[in-house]
Design a protein around this ligand. Sequence first.
Ligand SMILES: NC(=O)CC[C@H](N)C(=O)O
Length: 383
Amino acid sequence: MTNPAVLVLQDGSVFRGTSIGACGQAVGEVVFNTAMTGYQEILTDPSYRRQLVTLTYPHIGNTGTNDEDEESPRIQAAGLIIRDLPVHASNFRRRETLNDYLERSGVVGIADIDTRRLTRLLREQGAQNGCLIAGDGIDEQAALAAASAFPGLEGMDLAREAGVDQPVRWTQGTWSLEQGLPASLAWDDGRLRHHVVAYDFGIKRNILRLLVDHGCRVTVVPAQTPVAEVLALAPDGVFLSNGPGDPEPCDYAIAAIRELLARDVPLFGICLGHQLLGLAAGAQSVKMKFGHHGANHPVQDLATGRVMISSQNHGFAIDEQTLPAEIEATHRSLFDGSLQGLRHRQHPAFSFQGHPEASPGPRDVEPLFAHFSALMAARAGAD
Ligand SMILES: NC(=O)CC[C@H](N)C(=O)O
């Protein structure tokens, strides 16, 4: 038996479809992601908090869900919007169907709507707030009122609550994925040459795995950890994670990064971490029209001219026009020319707006992890 579902946007547009997952109501910013694979990684990426994610690829759920593709402990997106849920989910790693996974997680979704019409609308008018209701007795007026009451992501600090609330040690890499779940190394394994403290604003697990692959043992710390506590852990470098919401109100993180810059601690930021590094250096952030969410975005390395295909998920960006003289732009999006990477000229600090850890997406930008490792090695050599 199928239940009805409806998505109502704040401009009054109504999309009627079929309920998938749990019954109930979800409100958030409606965005579209153009990746053709990776729906489980997308759903569990904490950067999607308070967002209703539309997938433009029409068949979603073909391979079900599994234990390895979780990018965090649970589904983080507020809801899922798709064209078609296949009746059969088939893959050797499959544990559950997408429908059961959503239902067990209490997450609402809608299928059988015209996602192409929705995407064109978001592309032309910009990301919009919306309300998704699934189940019997849907009140579309109430959905419109709920969509209009959502304040929007601008000014919203979601990073402070998206990550761990206690420090956690991480030593699991990707290297034995072929043999099953990635192996964990001992904390004092000699191959883990660097100690990285990762500020967790909503970190994706593949970032942690790639740090381990590049010779790091990682202490993941809560978003509001004071710098003194981070320094007490004697890090060789500090990582600034991705995360949900607007970077601008995260004053605690911006202040911490300023202090770390002043102390010449090697810093690497991804996505929200990139935006926070930019803000700490004196640049300004802007809300984009509909953001970048996909797995095929061309980005140019400005030093070499090389073009890389990257995974992207952001709705805010650092405005290149506002970069102070000490910051060099290192990468730019070839879709819209927006800033994709930066480097501090005086301190060992750099960042990338897209997702070098992919999950999902291509791995062209992964060498940035080796660059971080090299920065830490150089700093250790200089001491
Ligand atoms: N993936 C991220 O870290 C996203 C950063 C920020 N929340 C944005 O939307 O731009």
